[in-house]
Every structure is written in structure tokens, then in C-alpha cells.
Design a protein around this ligand. Structure first.
Ligand code: HEM
Length: 523
């Protein structure tokens, strides 16, 4: 997902007219009264001093929010209270607090806040990502785990993942052969968006990929919250133009999805085998989903699965290039287990212990969703002795937890060996590291993501010689971040990829020479 403009609301505040200011003062007075009533009952968690009207919004616009909030937690504690306009937000930053939210009181905190993005793009949460805690959520999650993202289904896309990666590698070799560097972040982004889209529409997506990608870009430029969410009484004024933008994106995506669904329904799909079914087939044949719900669910999958996975591969490669000794150790493991006479297959992954440690360490230091996805409380409750009202937003600072010096030795050091012979895993059972979160909202794409990241990194490190642009050393590879719905690498990672294995190995694997890989799907 793209970079979110966290300064948006602040820029808008600067450009308000006299009428707007009058409206704001009115709202402020109302809010003051409202806040007093709201705060009267109960003991709130500690938090920094807040500014009139905007509350703590100011703090969230300073620097990268996951770092800012982690710093604030050092001062105010592992459970903090923030007022962002009319929104009440609790931020938790320790394994114990995460366990309380995601396990002990998961039945209360597993809902989602509402907001304009959710209202206009996802039919008030009829998708999965933004669905509140209700029967629809339980039903959708069941379909995702038992059918859409079951292990059997993930395996059925094995050849697709391999062919897409081979196609990408063939193109990169062609560039490498001509001594041209590739922008690795862009190449991985394209690989995972196209692979995920191809899983959704295995057949007939080609003509729509461009339109689909444009809509996704518009969606990923949306903010979690807009002026209308922060100050609900200003919603009708649409000061940041968010409602207009979201309405347009919603209509565009609905039209596109209608034409794709109409075409699909015209096809005869009855004789199809399990291996040929794509996500769209599964959703259309699962009884009980309305056409709109199918559309919203499809619009969840590509953004949720594409940028997170590609971002993890980019961060993994970045860290390997910064640490040549770790890269060498991984290469030796691959050469020992696979040899140099064939390419990596997904079945090999379980035998690659150091590779798995590299993936875990990458997800510890660079979880793509550093602040997860906001949860919301369905009823008033107590956490650590503090009173948390119903409808409070809850943010789990995944980054703060997995770099907490009380939990991790040398927390900022990239050191995969900390996971060798360790019982700690990234699958939501250990609250010290929660890249996929935990509990009722645990990422349903976790198994797919883990196999995709491990396979891609293994294949690239084993089958490619990877060089930095001339004159650059490992010390020049930076880890500067952007903040958005996912946290990406700010500066491009330019790389030269050439072949590392004997030529006939690529030929035997179907990676037919330079730039001539077979193209398996109609994308
Ligand atoms: C490295 C890759 C990935 C990471 C780190 C990741 C992480 C996350 C996180 C932190 C959440 C929020 C959980 C919560 O609210 O507590 C989430 C939700 C979700 N993810 Fe992933 N994800 C990844 C890949 C994927 C993939 C490949 C898919 C699907 C193809 C996917 C689909 C979803 C969906 C649909 C949700 C919403 C679940 C719900 O609200 O109940 N994710 N993911």
C-alpha cells in the first residue's frame, strides 16, 4: 500500500476560511462539553498533554508515527491515551498489553472503528479488513481459512508463484546482461501485485490489470482517518475533499468489478478442477455472499497481500546486502541443501533453517504493518486498571514491541541467529513479535505470506549474483522508512542481477534463457 499523507489534516487546518473557523469554534465548544462528559467517568491511561481542539493529532504528524509513539511510550508507559479530535485512541506497546488486547479481551477488542474510507469503499465494513465484530466477520473468516487461503489452496498456486518469479528473474537477467540496474523495490511491488491479482482472477484478468492497479493506488492513498472522522460535525463540509475522492474511487471499482463478475458468470465454470479455481470462483460459488460483498472482499485481498509481502522481501534483501556475512551464511545453506544443479522448490523451504531465521528477523525489525490495523472496543472495559470506554480505537504498536530492549537483546541489530534454536515464532502465539497480529483478527494471509517471502528470497539468493551499483558498499545501503498503511523503504534499492548457477539449470527449470521465460497466465 502506498504512502499515507499524515500531514493532510494539518495542511487543511492551515487553509481554513473565516466560516470554517467559526464552524470549528462551534464544534470545539461542543467537543469540550462532550469530552468533559466522556472523561468524567473513569480513570484513563496516561498520555502526553493535548492541544485544544485537535488533541494529540499534532503528535501523530511529527516524524514517523510508529517511532513517535514508541518514544512516547517510554515516557508514558505501555498503555497510553490519546485524543485525536473526537476520536479516543489507546496505544499499547508491550507484549503484556498486546496479550491483554489480542487474547484475554479479544472478544471485546476485535472490532474495527468506522470511518469515511470504510463507509465509501467497503460498504460500511462488508469486506473483511474493516468488518466490525459480527456474524459476517465470523462467516468471512471461516471462508478465508477453510477455502480461500487454506493450505491446499495455497499449494494449488505454487506453479503460479514460481512462474511469476521466473518471469521477473528473466527480465532482471536481461537488464543485468546489459549491465543495467533494476529498482528492486519497484520490481518486487509489481511481482507481488501481479501474482496476487492472478490468484484472484486466474483467468481473464489481463485486460483489467491496469484499471485495477489504478484503483488500488487511489485506495492506498486514502488516509485511515480524515477531517470528517476526527470532527464528525464537519463531515458534511468535506474540507479535505476525501468524501468526493472516496465516492469516485468506490464507483469506479464497483463498475470494474461488475464487468469482471458479469464476464465470469457467463463462462461455464462447472467442469473446473480445484487447481483451476481462483479466488473469484470461490467467492462467487460460496452461497450467501451478495455481489457487493464479493466485490468488497476482492478489494481487500490485493492491497492487503501485495505491498506487505513485497515490502518484506525488499527489507530482507536490504538487510542481507547490509550484512555480507549473513548473506554468505544463507548462500552456503542454500548450496548445501539444494546444491548448484537445480533451483529451489517450495518443498525445500522446511529444510532451510537459517532462511527461516532470516525471514523471522526481517519481520521483527521491519514488520510491514508497524501499527497493525486499528481495533475498536465493543463495550466499556478495564485494562491494567484503567477504564476504556466502548468505541475506543486501539492501536498495537507492533514495531515498539518487537524492538523493546526489555525483551530483545541488541534490538536494533539484524541478527537472524537469535531465532536459531529458539521457541519464538512469528505466527501470533508469542506476544514479543506480532507481525501478523494475533487472536480473532490474526492475518488470514499469514501462511501464504510466509511461503511467498521465504521462497522468493531463497530463489533470488541461490540463483542470482546480486551486486550493488558500482562504488557503493554494504554500508551505503540505508534503512530509511516511509510511513503509510505499510512501512516501505524510502530510497530505491538499485541492484544488478546476473546468473549464479550453470546455464542448463535455468533451462531445465523452464527459465528459458535470458528474458524468454514462459508466461503462464493471461496477464
Ligand atoms: C508479510 C506479509 C503480511 C503481513 C506482515 C500482514 C500483516 C497483517 C496484519 C498486522 C493485519 C492486521 C491484524 C489485526 O487487525 O490485528 C493483517 C490483516 C489482514 N491481512 Fe495480512 N499481512 C500480510 C500478508 C497478507 C496476505 C498475503 C493476505 C491475503 C492474500 C493478507 C490478508 C489480510 C486480510 C484480509 C486482513 C484482515 C483480517 C481481519 O480484519 O480480520 N495479508 N495482516
Amino acid at each position: 500500500m502506498g504512502e499515507t499523507n499524515m500531514e493532510g489534516p494539518v495542511a487543511i487546518l492551515r487553509s481554513w476560511s473565516v466560516h470554517t473557523v467559526a464552524a470549528v469554534v462551534f464544534v470545539y465548544v461542543l467537543l469540550k462539553v462532550f469530552t468533559r462528559v466522556r472523561h468524567k467517568s473513569g480513570r484513563r491511561p496516561p498520555g502526553p498533554p493535548s492541544l485544544p481542539l485537535i488533541g494529540h493529532l499534532y503528535h501523530l504528524t511529527q516524524g514517523l508515527p510508529h517511532h513517535t509513539l514508541a518514544k512516547m511510550a517510554e515516557k508514558y508507559g505501555s498503555i497510553m491515551w490519546l485524543d485525536v479530535g473526537a476520536l479516543s485512541v489507546v496505544v499499547v506497546s508491550s507484549p503484556d498489553m498486546a496479550r491483554e488486547i489480542l487474547k484475554t479481551q479479544d472478544h471485546i477488542f476485535a472490532s474495527r472503528p468506522s470511518g469515511l474510507t470504510i463507509e465509501y469503499l467497503f460498504g460500511q465494513g462488508q469486506d473483511l479488513l474493516f468488518c466490525p465484530l459480527n456474524d459476517h466477520l465470523r462467516r468471512v473468516r471461516k471462508v478465508f481459512s477453510s477455502q480461500l487461503l487454506s493450505q491446499q489452496r495455497i499449494d494449488s498456486f505454487k506453479d503460479l508463484r514460481r512462474d511469476m518469479l521466473f518471469k521477473t528473474m528473466a527480465k532482471a537477467f536481461e537488464e543485468g546482461h546489459a549491465n543495467r540496474y533494476i529498482n528492486f523495490s519497484d520490481v518486487m511491488h509489481e511481482l507481488f501485485i501481479t501474482t496476487t491479482t492472478a490468484m484472484v482472477f486466474r483467468r481473464g484478468a489481463g485486460a483489467h490489470i491496469q484499471d485495477f492497479t489504478e484503483i488500488l493506488m487511489e485506495m492506498s492513498n486514502s488516509e485511515w482517518f480524515s477531517i470528517g472522522d476526527i470532527f464528525p460535525l464537519l463531515k458534511p463540509l468535506d474540507l479535505d475533499g476525501q468524501v468526493k475522492r472516496l465516492k469516485m474511487a468506490g464507483e469506479k471499482s464497483s463498475k470494474l468489478m461488475d464487468s469482471i463478475i458479469d464476464n465470469r458468470l457467463k463462462e461455464k465454470t462447472k467442469s473446473m478442477s480445484y487447481e483451476e479455481e481462483d479466488f473469484l470462483d470461490v467467492l462467487l460459488t460460496t452461497s450467501g455472499f451478495t455481489r457487493d460483498q464479493v466485490k468488497f472482499l476482492i478489494m481487500d485481498i490485493v492491497p492487503a497481500g501485495g505491498d506487505t509481502t513485497s515490502g518484506t522481501v525488499v527489507w530482507g534483501m536490504t538487510e542481507l546486502l547490509r550484512h555480507p556475512n549473513i548473506m554468505e551464511r544463507l548462500q552456503s545453506e542454500l548450496d548445501d541443501v539444494i546444491g548448484k544443479e537445480r533451483m529451489v522448490e517450495e518443498a525445500d523451504l522446511r529444510n532451510l533453517e537459517y532462511l527461516q531465521a532470516v525471514v523471522k528477523e526481517t519481520l521483527r525489525l521491519h514488520p510491514p504493518a508497524m501499527l497493525g490495523v486499528p481495533h475498536s472496543s465493543t463495550e466499556a472495559t478495564k485494562v491494567a486498571g484503567y477504564d476504556i470506554p466502548a468505541n475506543t480505537w486501539v492501536i498495537v504498536n507492533i514495531h515498539a514491541i518487537s524492538t523493546d530492549p526489555k525483551v530483545w537483546e541488541n534490538p536494533l541489530k539484524f541478527d537472524p541467529s537469535r531465532f536459531l534454536n529458539s521457541r519464538i515464532d512469528v505466527r501470533g502465539q508469542h506476544y514479543e513479535i506480532l507481525p501478523f497480529s494475533s487472536g480473532r483478527r490474526l492475518c488470514p494471509g499469514m501462511n501464504l505470506a510466509l511461503v511467498s517471502v521465504a521462497y522468493t528470497l531463497a530463489q533470488l539468493v541461490h540463483a542470482c549474483s546480486i551486486s550493488l551499483p558500482e562504488g557503493l558498499t554494504p554500508l551505503d545501503v540505508d534503512v530509511e522508512e516511509t510511513f503509510g498503511l505499510t512501512v516501505g523503504k524510502r530510497n530505491p534499492l538499485n541492484l544488478l542481477l546476473t546468473r549464479r548457477l550453470p546455464s542448463d539449470v535455468y533451462h531445465k527449470a523452464g527459465l528459458n534463457g535470458i528474458g524468454q521465460s514462459r508466461i503462464p497466465v493471461d496477464t
